[in-house]
Design a protein. Structure first.
Ligand code: SAH
Length: 344
């Protein structure tokens, strides 16, 4: 019999399981308490009766992710590479901002989206992460670093909306007052534009922020660097973003990695301004992180500044994102890539 993934269960599901095992519901709260503290063995749940511990061991699976690598940047960014129960590896980054510590979590092992500039997708998709595995990225990076996490961004490895059910489960578990208790408004989901899922996400009624990885305002460029654009197109994606904003009242953020001679022309800045202004939005310009496997380079700082000024002159809300953790490969699947290459 396959053991069940207890950490991915909602509190009410856990209660039902315990009732079925013939134990009172309050045991569920005790178990949740230990799980939220990072206890990953039933023996260590000291207030549970012996027969319950033995039933839990028989029917349920618990695993503590192991640190394969930990790197601390000069700017305080901490990056972890975790080993999962089947030997796969994912990475998690803690970034320290003035307003609090933000953890950037992976949602899949690898990714099937094939974006030209991204290291996460190079080996394709290996598998989805379970809700428990995403949750443990937060629990154990918080425990190990001693840094209290106040914000979560789903901007690590993977496309969260390709792993929708597990990601939704993760959101609810991270938000649970008895667990991590992180407000939905402090959680951001980043997507390359899987618009088929936007309405479903809005319908949940969770006020999470949606971040759209745009990277080009015209279909020719975007389809070249992001294959997922080919069947959808920039305009349909921007319309879906507007609908998401209208439904949730949340401002959307457009991510734009500046790639030399690819998406950094004046015309593209004007076109981006024209399209972004239709939505209650914010544009984040990010100098491309050079990935050694790809022949793409960041735009020059002067070009980024000019691009920014065009957007500002058109009334667009724009920031240039500060680079954090560059010295520890803290971007987009680079640590996992290096780990895989070193193994082969
Ligand atoms: N699949 C989701 C979330 C993961 S990627 C998405 O596409 O949004 C997190 C962000 O990093 C995305 O905006 C992605 O486009 C960006 N990114 C990937 N590789 C990058 C690189 N080399 N330099 C800068 N940003 C990059």
């Amino acid at each position: 019999m396959m053991k069940k993934d207890i950490l991915s269960m909602y509190p009410e599901e856990l209660r039902d399981e315990l009732t079925e095992l013939g134990h009172p519901g309050f045991r569920a709260d005790q178990i949740t308490h230990w799980l939220s503290k990072g206890i990953r063995s039933f023996e260590q749940m000291r207030n549970l009766p012996r027969e319950l511990i033995s039933a839990l061991n028989d029917g349920y699976h618990l695993y503590e992710p192991k640190i394969l690598e930990k790197k601390i940047s000069t700017d305080g960014t901490v990056k972890y590479l975790w080993e999962l129960c089947d030997g796969n590896a994912v990475e998690t980054v803690i970034m320290r901002y003035r307003y609090g510590n933000t953890v950037c979590v992976s949602s899949q092992v690898g990714c099937r989206q094939g974006c030209a500039f991204c290291a996460s997708t190079i080996g394709g998709l290996v598998r989805d992460l379970k809700a428990s595995e995403i949750l443990d990225e937060v629990v154990f990076s918080q425990l190990d670093s001693g840094l209290k996490i106040s914000n979560i961004v789903m901007m690590g490895i993977g496309e969260p909306l390709d792993n929708f059910d597990n990601v939704v489960r993760f959101l609810r578990l991270a938000n649970d007052p008895k667990g991590l208790n992180i407000g939905m408004r402090h959680i951001t989901i980043s997507t390359c534009g899987i618009i088929e899922r936007f309405d479903e996400l809005a319908a949940l009624g969770y006020p999470v922020t949606l971040s759209l990885s745009l990277h080009a305002p015209d279909d020719e460029t975007r389809s070249k660097i992001m294959p997922s654009n080919r069947s959808r197109g920039v305009d349909r994606i921007m319309d879906a973003c507007s609908r998401y904003c209208d439904a949730t009242g949340r401002r959307i953020s457009f991510e734009y990695a500046m790639i030399k001679n690819v998406n950094d022309s004046d015309e593209q800045a004007f076109l981006l301004a024209e399209k972004a202004r239709k939505t209650h939005s914010h544009v984040n310009l990010i100098p491309l992180n050079y990935v050694s496997e790809r022949d793409l380079h960041p735009s020059d700082p002067a070009v980024i500044n000019r691009f920014r000024e065009i957007l500002v002159s058109k009334g667009i809300n724009v920031t240039v994102r500060r680079k954090l953790g560059n010295d520890v490969d803290a971007s987009c699947g680079q640590l996992r890539r290096r780990h895989i290459s070193a193994e082969h």
